[in-house]
Write a new protein. Structure first.
Length: 218
């Protein structure tokens, strides 16, 4: 029963993550976002191709995917009369948390071409570690405003490096908020946070390459 529950919870989270609201927004306009802009099925590319109004809409829905997957995973231990403090209950939560983000990045329904993990990761973190999630979002906003206002980057171009900066800050914030982040009670959560941060950074590697590329001389 336990392996079935673990696999079922993880698979359900992945399928939830595979729902692409950016793709749906594109179809409403008769276009496939994978063929336009950056080619990503995320809020930034939706705004770039379809108009800025779609950024908060797609971003919010992608956040809710992460929240929904964790909420469902929290219900699963009750079927086995487990408390949320047990190792198995935490394993269910963490596997669902990672699976929903992987579903967003590599969606089953769209040839494994999805978004860059930011919004859905935020939803997961808001459900697991709300204070760390809120502080990380604040870091993202500060970095985005600074990059947009103080550099030549456009609003959409500043999203990527701001996301990388927030991903770097996330494990640090989590560590500062907890006395024993790698103790027995927090080990799985801390590992998941590091994994999500690394995934966000990896998905933005092309953005970093473009920013670090020396300017071409005429």
């Amino acid at each position: 029963m336990i392996p079935v529950l673990l696999v079922g919870s993880t698979l359900a989270a992945y399928l939830i993550g595979s729902i692409s609201f950016a793709w749906m927004a594109g179809r409403l306009h008769g276009t496939d976002l994978r063929q336009h802009g950056s080619g990503n099925l995320g809020a930034t590319n939706a705004a770039r191709v379809l108009g800025g109004i779609w950024f908060p809409i797609v971003f919010s829905l992608d956040v809710l995917k992460g929240v929904a997957a964790v909420v469902l995973a929290r219900l699963a231990p009750g079927w086995l009369d487990l408390t949320l403090e047990t190792t198995l209950a935490q394993a269910l939560l963490m596997s669902a948390a990672i699976a929903v983000v992987l579903g967003h990045v590599y969606p089953l329904y769209h040839q494994l071409r999805g978004g860059k993990a930011v919004a859905t990761s935020l939803g997961v973190l808001a459900s697991l570690v709300p204070l760390a999630a809120g502080l990380t979002l604040a870091v993202w906003l500060v970095l985005w405003c600074a990059l947009w206002g103080l550099t030549r980057l456009r609003r959409s171009e500043a999203v990527g490096p701001a996301s990388v900066g927030a991903a770097v800050a996330l494990p640090i914030i989590h560590h500062l908020l907890n006395d024993a982040p790698w103790g027995a009670e927090m080990r799985l959560i801390s590992g998941t946070i590091v994994a999500l941060a690394l995934l966000v950074i990896w998905r933005h590697r092309d953005n970093l390459r473009r920013l670090l590329r020396p300017p071409t001389t005429p």
